[in-house]
Design a protein around this ligand. Structure first.
Ligand SMILES: Nc1ncnc2c1ncn2[C@@H]1O[C@H](COP(=O)(O)OP(=O)(O)O)[C@@H](O)[C@H]1O
Ligand SMILES: [Mg+2]
Length: 274
């Protein structure tokens, strides 16, 4: 290749380089992982908090940022109802069970409905991504609001994300949105670490398996887009109860069958991000 050709090829490379390097990294963490879903109610928050403690079991320092500004569920899921301290500039995350937490739900009382207008959304997100003093984290997990609207796009474009996980239930209705989610991440040049199938099946006491929302839908969608499939999480009363009680299953019963599924997924995510 001549000098000139080399220059042109270099300049083309520069032009097509992902814009990632312009994004702001969240301070106080080595890696930032986004948990997203195209739909609400598919178990994204449940997944995020149990993943956090699965990472902790791998010996990692973790934080969880509840970025679902419309319906923050972290205060309930971790059983925390205190106001974070501030030095006037930064907010200090709350700590429990050896992990760090931040949610707008800590800052407003839970009877106030979250009604946001466009500019307020951006300022709330800026507060959560720029003004929280995370302390020496290996992984920060962000529990995103559902969908692929302006909030998600703002987030995806402005914040440096090391990996995104898409959580979905396997029914066709949810999968249509998963496809949109994948396209949004690909467009914003965010590394999709993989897809998770939540509420995959229900196993009754006699061991019979029921595929309530259909079977294999998320895995098929992952294949379709050449993304990694990270695993199936069954419908579990324990998982639901532990979230309601503020005592995440992976923390409370790290050896439980479902906690072990989370452990395997955490390990795969670690390998896909680090
Ligand atoms: N695998 C599961 N088995 C049983 N219940 C689940 C499971 N995943 C989530 N849930 C329950 O479903 C509801 C919605 O989950 P949540 O994590 O809040 O969803 P999202 O954050 O996507 O809106 C919650 O009551 C939660 O406890
Ligand atoms: Mg949620």
């Amino acid at each position: 290749m001549s000098d000139n050709e080399a220059k042109i090829s270099q300049s083309l490379k520069e032009k097509t380089k992902p814009k990632n390097f312009k994004k702001n990294p969240i301070k106080g963490t080595k890696f930032t992982i986004m948990i997203s879903s195209a739909k609400g109610g598919v178990g994204k928050s449940t997944f995020a908090i149990n993943l956090a403690f699965a990472f902790k079991k791998l010996g990692k320092k973790v934080g969880l940022l509840d970025a679902d500004i419309y319906g923050p569920s972290l205060p309930k899921m971790i059983g925390l109802n205190e106001k974070p301290k501030t030095d006037g500039k930064l907010l200090f995350p709350l700590e429990k069970y050896g992990a760090q937490f931040m949610s707008l739900g800590f800052l407003v009382d839970d009877k106030t409905p979250m009604i946001w207008r466009g500019p307020m959304v951006i300022s709330a997100i800026k507060t959560l991504t720029e003004k929280v003093a995370w302390k020496d984290l290996d992984f920060l997990i962000i529990d995103m609001p559902p969908g692929t609207g302006d909030t998600q796009l703002t987030f995806a474009q402005d914040v440096k994300i090391d990996g995104a996980i898409i959580v979905s239930t396997p029914q066709e209705l949810a999968l249509a949105d998963v496809r949109r989610g994948i396209q949004m991440f690909d467009k914003t040049k965010i590394n999709i670490v993989g897809l998770v199938d939540n509420m995959s099946f229900f196993k009754s006491d006699d061991g019979k398996k029921y595929n309530i929302f259909g079977e294999g839908g998320v895995e098929k969608t992952a294949k379709e887009f050449n993304k990694k499939f990270l695993g199936n999480i069954p419908i579990s009363t324990k998982l639901r109860e532990s979230a309601d009680l503020g005592l995440p299953l992976t923390y409370k019963e790290p050896e439980n069958e479902i906690s072990q599924i989370f452990g395997k997924i955490a390990d795969e995510i670690k390998q896909g991000v680090v």
